[in-house]
Design a protein around this ligand. Sequence first.
Ligand SMILES: Cc1cc2nc3c(=O)[nH]c(=O)nc-3n(C[C@H](O)[C@H](O)[C@H](O)COP(=O)(O)OP(=O)(O)OC[C@H]3O[C@@H](n4cnc5c(N)ncnc54)[C@H](O)[C@@H]3O)c2cc1C
Length: 403
Amino acid sequence: MEGNLLSPHIRSASDIGGYPQWVISSSGSGRSSSSSSTSAAVCWKRVVIVGGGIAGSVVAKSLQFVADVVLIDQKEYFEISWATMRSMVDPAFADKAVVNHVDYLVNAKVVVASAVNITDTEVTTSDGRQFPYDYLVIATGHSVSSPQSRRERMDKFREANAKMKNSSSILIIGGGPSGVELASDIAASYPEKKVTLVHSGPRLLGFIGSKAGSKALEWLRSKNVDVLLEQTIDLDTFQANKGVYITSAGEAIAADVHYLCVRRPLGSAWLKESVVKDCLDKYGQLMVDEHLRVKGFNNIFAIGDIIDVPERKQGVLAQRHAMIVSKNLKALIKEANGGKEAKLGKYRPSMSIAMVSLGKKDAVAQLPFTTMTGLLPGLIKNRELFLRKTRKLLGLDHGYTFL
Ligand SMILES: Cc1cc2nc3c(=O)[nH]c(=O)nc-3n(C[C@H](O)[C@H](O)[C@H](O)COP(=O)(O)OP(=O)(O)OC[C@H]3O[C@@H](n4cnc5c(N)ncnc54)[C@H](O)[C@@H]3O)c2cc1C
């Protein structure tokens, strides 16, 4: 399987004037061109990025002045997903955690739509539009059902918070990082509420070491959270039981509200009929080479949670993928404009630190060879959940006093 021969996207300087969304400067703009003369033809490459999570957003931001960048995302905003649970408990966080793409993409086109197919040359969106590309970056991580607009998303956070405040008993389904973080945040902020967490597995936080799971369990129980392991809830039976949830072991849980915190499916179903369909593994992950190109293609890259690199699915690693691919694309664009042959950077799977917050002060951290709990990892993770660092990566908050 070979990618298409890269068709150069040639524009004369007067063509460029017809694209008001681009910031054009006569020199030193950082954009590649085949000549310094304003009348000469310049060769822009079209880079289409699908998915506006941390991976896709960082690439789009990084390339916006060196290529014609199009970011296609289902939503008009980037959401810092590791602050989502805290944003439900404390909506002041949401204001910083949800960023409109146009706020950091000042020189790129943002398309709010779902991508539904790709061919060797273009991406098609759900509204029937086609976006031709020279280079494509697939970064559709996990599928989400979030509202399209930032305003609606902020309303959702406020509604969730109001519901939480007005309830006296809360059920959380799922004992992965989302369920544990939400349960611990609620227990810390509203100690008077009855919180129950039901998890299908034999221990919490199955994605990291068992010691971390035990520490989280201990912490939650010390805050009076009822944790039921190896049980599931069939949500369909809830109505029939007049507001009482029945677990698979027959236990009855009365709760005013429930939150479903289970693993989301990968966002790769849309690729099953596409030109990369043979590059999906049995888990729906895209198989990539050491340069993070989809296997067999020289102009299609994939990054973030969707790829088959053997490492944890983490935002911090998705950022590293994005950095490598941005660098590789810059080198390829330079080469296409008469520069020296591109030497592509390689990605090596990483052992990363995983941290799960336990309320607003504590956290449990899985380091490569040990586990840490308490205030020290809590200090690193909890202060502002890396919001400042992530926003800085997108060039936001210059001189801003944070939270
Ligand atoms: C509660 C929680 C806490 C976490 N905590 C941490 C943490 O502390 N540290 C850490 O490093 N990681 C953490 N993670 C993991 C981290 O959030 C993910 O690894 C990271 O978000 C992956 O980024 P991504 O860009 O690959 O995918 P995603 O964030 O899943 O983004 C995918 C984007 O693609 C869009 N999309 C999907 N399909 C389509 C389509 N067909 N067309 C157009 N757009 C599409 C989606 O709308 C979305 O914007 C946490 C995750 C959760 C859920």
